[in-house]
Design a protein around this ligand. Structure first.
Ligand SMILES: [Zn+2]
Ligand SMILES: [Zn+2]
Length: 472
């Protein structure tokens, strides 16, 4: 973007402005300029997003925006959503670009507008207030079967379960399930609560029974605690979930010994094991060849067994299984780093990364470890990103080309007089804005929401006059 120096002589505003009306006009005019500039901003974001300019270590365009510009993550996601939507809605994009429509209205419009209804909705938006438009958008979504289907798809996409360690080592679980999946979970929890309750009752009902006849579970000590008043409903729920997990693991999901689930077996040529820098192959247990970077990432934070093979592929010896990072060290690491340390990431589901890999002689100590999320762990092992600890203890991340990734992006220089700069820039675009640009002709009658939806929405049934909702 080329921003030309403003023609100061013609447009210098005395400060403070002599009267309130002029002050109000200044506000309205600057707002129109900002909306027009926002249109340009969204256009740039759309282009940047489409060309994946953010794929330089960020998960998404929104993550990049959040880190680079300092938007909160929700606002950043919304900007990207609106920017993408405007690609299909040229009339609305143009109205924003002319400073005739506020970003607030555009956000609402882009939730329901299609190329087919864009013109009608734009006319409505230009004559109504932002809150009236919001009511129409909400009403529209209620009657729109298509929106409902999209909502179901969105719900499906938004299903999630996140599990992370809190500062005190507790495992924190947070998730969203679709209603039917949630019902299954609730039924299972209910059954597990009853089973856990029965287990807790049994020793009390039959005190002479052998204690070993009761299978000890993590739920046991809480339920059997004689000092307390018994577990709260929330505690019972937590015990039930642990029982579910145990039952699932023992009977359905994994027939093998529990410790082996997370074992990573990497077969490497003997010379490579002797000299980690030497070229050689690395193969996972199922025979899949993987780059050395991948096997090192997998081995970075895992249980491991090192086997040595001779040239004919015969095993020379099999080492004992060890945890790369001990539980105690992991707690300390989680307490210190809390989340992924990659600049701007902050994800809480993390893996321990050896700054100097143990296969290269790096020690498994706090000083040589850092938490990274899965994708940033991949970035440093397999995508050429680098991370090292500076002498002052701070982590330094670099792009594959060696450029430093700052923890906080440096501030962008801004013109000393933003309104003059915008005015001058918009003048070069042939755009003249004033205090009336954003204000359109709403004559002030109450908004007849039911009527508006019934006239505009292709799927809405005409609303009977007696049922019309009149609201402002
Ligand atoms: Zn690693
Ligand atoms: Zn990360």
């Amino acid at each position: 973007m080329q921003i030309h120096p403003p023609d100061r002589a013609a447009h210098v505003t005395p400060w403070p402005p002599p009267d309130l009306e002029q002050l109000g006009d200044e506000i309205a005019e600057l707002s129109a300029h900002l909306e027009a500039a926002t249109a340009k901003l969204l256009q740039l974001i759309r282009e940047f997003d489409a060309r994946k300019g953010w794929a330089t270590g960020y998960h998404s365009c929104a993550h990049w925006l959040s880190h680079k510009v300092g938007l909160d993550p929700g606002a950043a996601r919304e900007k990207v959503r609106v920017a993408r939507a405007l690609g299909e809605l040229p009339l609305i994009a143009a109205a924003l670009g002319r400073g005739e429509l506020s970003y607030a209205k555009v956000r609402g419009l882009t939730r329901i507008a299609t190329p087919e209804n864009e013109a009608q909705l734009l006319a409505l938006a230009q004559t109504g207030t932002a809150s009236q438009l919001e009511r129409i958008v909400q009403g529209w979504r209620r009657v729109s079967q298509q929106a409902e289907a999209e909502e179901a798809a969105r719900r499906h996409r938004s299903r999630s379960l996140t599990v992370y360690h809190d500062d005190d080592g507790m495992v924190v679980i947070r998730g969203r399930l679709e209603p039917e999946a949630g019902a299954v979970l609730l039924r299972a929890l209910e059954a597990a609560r009853e089973a856990a309750y029965q287990r807790a009752k049994e020793p009390a009902a039959a005190p002479a029974a052998e204690p070993t006849s009761v299978t000890p579970t993590p739920a046991g000590p809480t339920l059997a605690d004689p000092a307390g008043d018994g577990p709260t409903p929330a505690q019972r729920q937590a015990d039930a979930l642990v029982l579910l997990a145990e039952a699932a693991l023992r009977h359905e999901l994994d027939p093998g010994p529990p410790g082996d689930r997370y074992q990573v077996v990497v077969h490497v040529d003997a010379p490579v094991l002797a000299d980690p820098e030497a070229p050689g192959q690395s193969v996972l247990d199922d025979g899949v060849h993987v780059p050395a970077g991948t096997s090192q990432r997998l081995a970075c934070d895992a249980s491991r067994v090192v086997m040595r093979h001779d040239a004919d592929g015969h095993a020379l010896d099999v080492g004992r299984r060890t945890r790369t990072i001990s539980p105690a060290l992991r707690r300390a690491l989680l307490h210190r780093d809390r989340s992924c340390r990659f600049p701007g990431c902050g994800r809480r589901f993390v893996q321990g990364h050896h700054l100097r890999h143990w296969a290269h002689g790096g020690p498994t100590t706090l000083g040589n470890l850092a938490l990274l999320c899965r994708s940033h762990h991949r970035a440093v092992h397999e995508e050429g990103f680098q991370v090292e600890r500076a002498p002052d203890g701070a982590l330094q991340f670099r792009r594959p080309d060696g450029r430093l990734i700052p923890e906080v992006p440096p501030p962008v220089p801004v013109p000393t007089d933003p309104i003059e700069t915008l005015r001058a820039w918009h003048r070069t675009q042939g755009l003249t804005l004033d205090s009336r640009s954003l204000t359109r002709s709403w004559s002030g009658e109450p908004l007849d929401l039911g009527w508006a939806i019934s006239v505009l929405h292709p799927l809405a049934n005409p609303v009977a006059p007696s049922r019309r909702m009149t609201a402002l």
